[in-house]
Design a protein. Sequence first.
Length: 290
Amino acid sequence: MSAPDARFTDVGRLVVRCPDRPGIVAVLSRLLADVGANITDSQQHSSDPLGGTFTLRLEFVLADLAAHRQHLEGALSLLARQWGMTWRLTEAVHRPTIAVFVSKTDHVLQELIYRVRAGDIRAEIACVVSNHRDLEPVAVSAGLPFHHVPVTAETKAQAEAAALELIGDVDLVVLARYMQIVSPEFCARFPERLINIHHSFLPAFVGANPYQAAHDRGVKLIGATAHYVTPELDAGPIIEQEVARVDHRATVEDMRRVGRYVERQVLAQAVTWHVEDRVIVEGPRTIVFA
């Protein structure tokens, strides 16, 4: 467990959603001012100023935040009833726990490990779960618990149940090139807390070798998509996407190498935004206060 970072002590984050109407920002600002909080960052979005949904993310500093939390939560609950508001209040000093699921490729796992160690992702990797043993040395060398949970067509349900038992109630699950489809029950266990990464050739190039198919068609853009997982395969709300350009000289392996780089960047960015309370799901889409 990493030591607390003094830069984040007494820093709070408040995310609010409600029907859009005048006065929302004023009443929330007044609430924070009344307890002595200083707002340091404010971002907002309205789906429609005439009857839409208003979303607000505030970051603030409040001396002895933990001692004020109960009072703030009580006041926010009262405002929620008055304004039809949903809200969440978090303390930036808290480091969410992450379970990372992998199969045989290590590039995104390595990126997550590095960024967590560097403090770029303020979270703790609680464990690594895999249906193969290939990446056990990577996890062990990083000092992370590794759980090997083999999966076959006949044992898929039991394997998934075993994996869920192993990871417990972590804050976030990341499918870091985990080459298994998780069940609707798995998704329901972690609503809006389950992130996947994959190449962006879909739906044009499906199957086991999309880079070969893309190469054969002369594709010039290699991309990756990170999204929340829902029961509908690869159709959850998108958090982040990126592309990199290649040209006619690129071999299949060149394209795979570029793809690995883009996947690392996209997944790490998506996880960073999630743990910083910057991602809000709005139906099939997301609002990202980057």
